[in-house]
Design a protein around this ligand. Structure first.
Ligand code: SAH
Length: 393
C-alpha cells in the first residue's frame, strides 16, 4: 500500500473523522506510479498514520474508508455491508408491503463513493469513485452473500456517476444475475422501477417518508405534483383520497412512467391526469385557486457551490409562482435536493417567496431524507434533502 503524506496541520478534519482528504492537503511527494482508484494509506506530516482510503484525481484526493491501517478486501466490504443491512433491519424496511430501500448511502454508511438501492431481489449499485468501480465485482459478490437480504441480481449503473476524466468506460450491466421483473413495493404501493434507463437508480427512494406524510393531507384535495418523475407523490395522493391529482414533468418519459404507475395501482381511475410540460410554463398558465395541495420537488438547482446564487433565485421564483396561485387554505410541500444549498438558505428562499406574495404562511413540518439515507455525524455534507410543508391561508 502506497503512503500519501499530508502537509503540516492538514490532519485536523481527519482527526475529527471527516472522510475526505482534499488534494491541496497532500504534500507534493505523490508516488509517480500511483493509479487512480488505488488503496492508499494517509499519514500526518509527522508520520502518524491516519487512515486507509481510495485515491482519486480531483479536488477530493482520498476518500477514507477506515481510520486505521487495514486491507480493503472482501472481508472489509462484507463487514460494512452487514453493518449497513443491520441498520435497515432495525428500520423494518423489508416487509411484505415494502421491498424498496437504500442499503448503502456512501459516507452515511462509511462506504464513501458507493450507493446501493434495493428493489426486491435486485440491488442497483452506483460507484461514484474509481476505487469503488474497481471493487465492483467483490462488492456484488458480498451483496448476494448478505445473509437475510435475499439479493439475487446486482445491476451496476455507473456510466454517469464516475468522473468522466478517469476514462474508466464503465458499462451499465448486471454483474450477477439478470433481469427478474422490476416491480417494487413501497408502503403497499406498486412501482415499476426503470433502473436500465431511469434517473439515478430508477426511483427516488429518498422521498418515501415524505410521500407518506403527503398521503395524510390528500383527502378531498385537488393535488398538483410538479416534477413528478415516476409519479411517487401522485400515487400516494390517490390512495389518500384526493379529489383529483395532476402530475407535471417536462420529460415525456417521466410522464409515461407516472401513467404506468398510476395504472398499476389505480387502473382506470379518472381522478388522475398528467402533463408533459415545463413547470414554470404550467404555473404561468395555471388558474389561480385551481389546486389546494401542491408538491414542488425539482431537480437539484445547484449541482456545485458555484451555482448557488442562481439556484437560490430559482427556488424563490418557483415557490413564488406556486404560492401566489394557491387556493386559500392550501398545503405546499416544497423541496430542495441540492447538497450545496443549506437548510437555512433554502428556508430563506422560500421565506422570500412567501413575503413576495404577502400571504399568511405557516411552517407545519420541516422535512429531510429518511433513515435509510443516514448522515455520518462526522460528514454533515451528507444531509442533502430539505423540505418544508407550508399552510398558506
Ligand atoms: N418528485 C420525484 C422526483 C423528481 S426528479 C419523485 O418523488 O420521484 C426531478 C424531475 O424534474 C425529473 O423527472 C425531470 O424530468 C423534471 N424536470 C426537470 N426540469 C423540469 C422543468 N423545467 N419542468 C418540469 N419538470 C422538470
Amino acid at each position: 500500500m502506497k503512503i500519501l503524506r499530508l502537509k503540516k496541520g492538514k490532519e485536523e478534519s481527519l482527526d475529527r473523522f471527516h472522510p475526505w482528504v482534499f488534494s491541496g492537503a497532500l504534500s507534493d511527494h505523490i508516488p509517480s506510479d500511483l493509479e487512480e482508484g488505488e488503496t492508499v494509506g494517509v499519514e500526518a506530516f509527522d508520520g502518524r498514520f491516519i487512515g486507509t482510503g481510495h485515491f482519486q484525481i480531483g479536488s477530493i484526493a482520498v476518500r477514507i474508508l477506515d481510520f486505521s491501517r487495514r486491507d480493503i478486501d472482501e472481508g472489509f466490504y462484507a463487514t460494512r455491508l452487514r453493518e449497513a443491512f443491520a441498520v435497515r433491519q432495525t428500520l423494518s424496511l423489508m416487509r411484505p408491503d415494502n421491498n424498496a430501500f437504500r442499503l448503502v448511502h456512501g459516507e452515511g454508511d462509511f462506504l464513501p463513493g458507493l450507493v446501493v438501492d434495493i428493489y426486491g431481489n435486485t440491488a442497483v449499485m452506483q460507484a461514484h469513485s474509481p476505487g469503488m468501480h474497481f471493487a465492483r465485482n467483490i462488492i456484488a459478490k458480498c451483496l448476494v452473500e448478505l445473509d437475510g437480504a435475499g439479493i439475487e441480481n446486482v445491476y451496476y449503473k455507473s456510466e454517469t456517476t464516475l468522473p468522466y476524466k478517469a476514462r474508466l468506460d464503465p458499462q451499465n450491466d448486471y454483474l450477477i444475475g439478470s433481469y427478474a421483473g422490476n416491480t417494487a413495493i413501497e408502503n403497499g404501493l406498486k412501482f415499476n422501477i426503470d433502473w436500465l434507463k431511469g434517473q439515478k437508480t430508477g426511483f427516488f427512494v429518498d422521498q418515501r417518508d415524505n410521500r407518506s406524510l403527503l398521503e395524510h393531507y390528500s383527502r378531498g384535495r385537488r393535488v398538483l405534483n410538479m416534477f413528478c418523475y415516476t409519479g411517487g407523490f401522485s400515487v400516494y395522493a390517490m390512495r389518500g383520497g384526493a379529489e383529483l391529482v395532476h402530475s407535471v414533468d417536462s420529460s415525456e418519459k417521466a410522464i409515461t412512467l407516472t401513467d404506468a404507475n398510476i395504472a398499476l395501482n389505480f387502473p382506470g381511475d379518472a381522478r388522475h391526469k398528467s402533463f408533459a410540460e415545463d413547470a414554470f410554463k404550467f404555473l404561468d398558465n395555471m388558474e389561480s385557486g385551481a389546486y389546494n395541495l401542491v408538491i414542488l420537488d425539482p431537480p437539484a438547482f445547484a449541482k456545485h457551490r458555484s451555482a448557488l446564487r442562481n439556484a437560490l433565485r430559482g427556488y424563490q421564483k418557483l415557490n413564488f409562482r406556486a404560492m401566489e396561485k394557491l387556493a386559500p387554505g392550501s398545503i405546499l410541500f416544497t423541496f430542495s435536493c441540492s447538497q450545496a444549498v443549506s437548510r437555512e438558505q433554502f428556508r430563506l428562499a422560500v421565506f422570500s417567496a412567501a413575503a413576495q406574495t404577502g400571504r399568511k404562511v405557516r411552517i407545519l413540518h420541516q422535512l429531510t431524507q429518511p433513515a435509510d439515507h443516514p448522515v455520518n455525524i462526522y460528514h454533515p455534507e451528507g444531509e442533502y434533502l430539505k423540505g418544508l410543508v407550508l399552510y398558506v391561508e
